[in-house]
Design a binder for this molecule. Sequence first.
Ligand code: NAD
Length: 487
Amino acid sequence: MQTRLFIGGAFVDAIAGGTIPVLNPHDGSTITHIAEAREADVDAAVAAARAAFPAWSRMAAADRGRLLLKLADRIEAEAESLARLESLDTGHPLRDTRGLDVPRTAATFRYFGGMADKLQGSVVPVETGFLNYVQRTPLGVVGQIVPWNFPLMFTSWKMGPALAAGNCVVLKPAEITPLSTLRIAELMAEVGFPPGVVNILPGYGHTAGQHLAEHPGVDKIAFTGSTATGRRIVQASAGNLKRVQLELGGKGANIVFEDAFLPAAINGSAFAIFHNQGQACIAGSRLLLHEKIADAFLDGFLKLAQSIKIGDPLDPSTEMGPLTSGQHQARVLDYCQIAHQQGGEVLTGGAPPQVQALSKGFYLQPTVVRAKPTDRVCQEEVFGPFVSVSTFKDDAEAIEIANGTEYGLGGGLWTQHLARAHRVAAAMRSGMVWINCYKRVNPGSPFGGIGQSGYGREMGFEAMHDYTDAKSVWVNVDAQIPPWYPR
Ligand code: NAD
C-alpha cells in the first residue's frame, strides 16, 4: 500500500515529515498513516508539473491517449484489489465498488483516452483573403482538489480530461480517503506516464489545498466539495486569476407524480438516496410525492429502506456500509435532531443500527423524515442516508418546491406522461435531470450544476473545453489590405 506523496514520478516523504492517520470506517481502527503534504510539498509538485508540461503538451495527442487507455486496462486488471482498497478506506460496499466505482473509473479513463485525439479545433468563415482557425490549447498546470465520497472515481473524472487535453496535474485527494488515489498514481507510473505529468498530494484542505488554490504556478483549479469551501477556492484563485471549475453541493429533488410506475419509482428513489450511504452530491435527498400516491409510495419505500442490509463493506452481500467518517456520522445525526426540532417526523431510521458488530463503526440506518419544504432538512445538504418527504398537489407546486433551494445540481422525476416528463424537466433549475431513473452518469454526458452547486462541467466534450483555451490564429492568405495610414 503506497502511503507517500507522488511527486515528479517518485513516491517521496513529506518535507516536514508529518503524517495523517487513515481510519477504517467499519470499526474506527487505523489502517495506516500517510505522508502529509504541506506548502513546500505543493511547491515541489507544481515545479515538477511545470517542468513536465512542455514535453507533455507537445506529445502527439494519440500518444497521450494511449497512456490513458493503458491505464484503463491496468485498472481493470487490478479491479478486485482496487475495489477492496476503496471499500476499506471509504466504507462503500464491495458490491458497489466492484459493480460501479471501479468499472466507471476504467470507463472514464478509457473514454478520455479515446477523446485525446478527437478534440478538434475549427475554421471560422471570415473575410475573403483571410484564414482564421481556432485551436484548443492546454491550460498548463491544473490543480485538482477532490472530496472523500468517491475518491477513486473522481481520479478519472478529474484527471482524464485534463491529461487528454495536454495539461499536467497536481491532485489533492481528501485527507481521509487517499489510498485508492495513491494506488492509481502507482499504476500511472507503471504504464509509463512521464515523471511530473501527474503529482498526488494527500494533505489537509486549509494547508495543502489552500496553497494549491492560491499558487501562482497553477493555471486552473478544479474543485469538488462543499459550497463553503468552493467560495474559499474562488477567493484563493484571485491572485493570478486562475481558471476555476466548481462541483459543489446539491439538494436533489426527486418528484413522483400520481401516474408514475410505483415499483420502479420506489426502487429508483431508494437507489437515489441510499447508494453510497447518501454521500453523493447528486443524491435524491428530497422526495416530493403527489398527495394521491404518497401513502402507497411510502408504504413500499419504507419497507424497502428497512430491509436494506447494513454491514461490513467488505462483505459482498452488504447493501449499505458505514458513513466515511465519525465526524460526518455525527453531522448527519445532528440533522435528525434538527428535523425533530422543526416539527418533522422521523418515519424510519434516525439512529445507528443497534447491532453489536457494527457499534464501533460510523453506521446509520436509512432515515426517512416527513418535513416541510422550507425546513432546514429540506434546504441544507445532509449528505447521508437521509431523505426528506413532502407532498404536492399539482405540477406547478412540484416545480416550485423542486426549484426552492439555493442548489441546482441534479434532480429526477417519475411519470408515464411523456409531455409532462419533458415539460417538468425543462422547468427544473438543475444541471442534470433524470426521467424515470436517477443518478445515471456516463463519461460522455456533461456533469455539473448551476446556482450554489457551482459552474463548469466534468465529462464529455464540455470537460475537454473546460481544460483548454481557444486560440484564434489569423492568416493573410491573399487579401489586399488598403493601408490604414495612407502615406
Ligand atoms: P470539503 O469542501 O470540506 O472538502 C473537499 C476537499 O476540499 C477536500 O480535499 C478538502 O481537504 C479540501 N479543502 C477543504 N478546505 C479547503 C481550502 N480552504 N482550500 C482548498 N481545499 C480545501 O467537502 P467534503 O466534506 O470533503 O465533501 C463533501 C461535500 O462535497 C458535500 O457538500 C458534497 O455535496 C460535495 N460534493 C460535490 C460533488 C459535485 O460533483 N458537485 C461531488 C462530491 C461531493
